[in-house]
Design a protein around this ligand. Structure first.
Ligand code: NAP
Length: 460
């Protein structure tokens, strides 16, 4: 390899790492994205310079078609549909690795077999992980998109059946790596890996799909890393391992935010299990306020904490909440936003939405920092959040979310909850917060209610 190519890959790796670091905060995310994209451009140019026979017209056509589709999708996609889009990206990444694995394996046809080596092992890993990532991601996408039921699909003996299929895939993988070229082994390995992806994701409920997508993201990175070894490409090895490691870290953070283990997410069929837990109804009645009633209490407040959740994203109410915050601040009321790590349906969901509405970063306060301040708040305004403010997580050992860290909004002097009904949220369980003496519900779509609150405050 020419020396400048090695330096180019090194520069790309540094840019990838700086990019990931930048993506860690809303303030630096755009720069991080641009740095990582520049790194990828450098890596692509370096790789193309290595190829002896290059059909540039095909490469340019591929880049143009992919680039147009990618940019149209990225611009049009709703924030709430981002997990679906990431699922598709992961799936295609896995498919690309599997296809390289197939082509490199087929290229060995006719060559004398000299025993299993690093490349044959890497080919098997590209095929196996790439193919299961492809079908697993398509199932995750279909569950989120409503093409398949989001309910966990379970049957007796499922985990044993899945374990046997995994064993079959590993056995075939060993056979492919340690035998001379065999079309049969290749086809069987790919088919079993494709089936494994489908069967592993079907038993997982739609609500847990963001965690699965993050895990599949990690798998797509591992598949790319294996492909890097197949092709002897250092750039691909580095970028694949970075995706693999960061996907795994994100998966761990999401599990911790829900206080669940990864095996619990993957094997407990969570959505099905919690439906029965929804039965634990609270017999007390919840108070209901109109926006005008609530505006009177806001008018006397000095400190207000906004608590956004999934319903804010559904209602696309980020601009409306910012308008309310401006109105309150004009009256000298201090406003901050309490951010729970798993509010919404993907990591950073609330930060991204609120950044879109130009909410100042310094007003976004993480859970650990806002909880001690909540007893000082005159009003906690819960906007389309439910599980992340459910006190049962602190007190009810039988609750499926027991132990999940929550925002202690019940400690505020007044709590208003904006949602459309008494229906439960993601975990499917009733929320005792709604029946507390200091809580009042304001029923309606989050955006409409927030705008009505702004109107009522301006009139008062
Ligand atoms: P949540 O518990 O799912 O509750 C959202 C609430 O929003 C619902 O109760 C719903 O009530 C309300 N809502 C929906 N549309 C609305 C609208 N247009 N206007 C007003 N309200 C609306 O949400 P959360 O409190 O944000 O908690 C997130 C949950 O997702 C947690 O259980 C978390 O573990 C899970 N999760 C998060 C991630 C992540 O990475 N963030 C990943 C996987 C799972 P109504 O129907 O009555 O309106």
């Amino acid at each position: 390899m020419e020396a400048w190519v090695s330096y180019a890959y090194l520069a790309a790796a540094v840019l990838f790492i700086l990019g990931i670091k930048g993506l860690g905060s809303a303030r630096t995310a755009r720069t991080g994205n641009a740095l990582a994209a520049t790194g990828m451009l450098i890596a692509i140019i370096a790789t193309l310079s290595l190829a002896r026979v290059v059909r540039f017209e095909l490469i340019i056509a591929g880049v143009a078609i992919g680039g147009v589709i990618g940019s149209i999708l990225a611009r049009r996609i709703e924030m709430t549909a981002m997990p679906e889009m990431v699922a598709l990206f992961n799936g295609f990444g896995g498919a690309a690795s599997a296809l390289v694995g197939v082509s490199e394996y087929v290229a060995r046809r006719g060559a004398p077999f000299e025993g299993a080596d690093m490349v044959s092992t890497a080919i098997v890993l590209s095929l196996l992980i790439g193919a299961l990532t492809f079908t697993g991601s398509l199932i995750a996408f279909s569950k989120l998109q409503g093409l398949l039921s989001s309910q966990p699909v379970t049957y007796p003996g499922q985990q044993v059946a899945n374990a046997l299929i995994l064993l079959a895939a590993l056995t075939l993988g060993v056979a492919v790596a340690t035998s001379p070229f065999s079309e049969t082994y290749l086809i069987l390995l790919v088919l079993v890996a494709l089936a494994l992806g489908v069967l592993a994701v079907l038993p997982i409920g739609g609500g847990d799909m963001p965690v699965v997508i993050s895990l599949l993201n990690s798998y797509s990175g591992l598949a790319a890393c294996a492909t890097g070894f197949v092709l002897g490409n250092a750039g691909l090895v580095i970028s694949g391992s970075l995706v693999g490691a960061s996907g795994l870290i994100l998966t761990k953070l999401m599990c911790e935010g829900m206080n669940r283990s990864l095996p619990n997410v993957l094997f407990s069929a969570f959505g099905k299990h919690v439906e029965s837990a929804a039965g634990g109804e609270d017999n007390r009645t919840a108070r209901s306020f109109t926006p005008e009633d609530a505006a009177i209490i806001f008018g006397n407040a000095q400190r207000c904490v906004m608590v956004p959740g999934y319903g804010l994203a559904v209602a696309q109410a980020q601009h409306a909440v910012q308008e309310l915050a401006d109105t309150l601040e004009e009256r000298g009321i201090k406003v901050s936003y309490a951010i729970h790590p798993v509010a919404g349906r993907m990591p950073g969901h609330m930060n991204v939405l609120l950044a879109e509405a130009n909410v100042p970063y310094e007003q976004l306060v993480e859970m650990e920092d806002i909880n001690p301040e909540l007893p000082e708040a005159d009003v906690a305004l819960v906007i389309g959040a439910n599980d992340v403010v459910n006190p049962a997580a602190r007190t009810d050992e039988d609750s499926p979310i027991y132990g999940m860290p929550i925002l202690d909004v019940d400690h505020a002097k007044h709590v208003f909850v904006i949602k459309r009904s008494m229906n439960p949220g993601f975990a499917g369980i009733q929320n005792p917060l709604f029946f507390n003496e200091n809580t009042a519900m304001i029923f309606g779509d989050a955006k409409n209610v927030l705008l009505e609150l702004v109107g009522a405050l301006k009139e008062s």
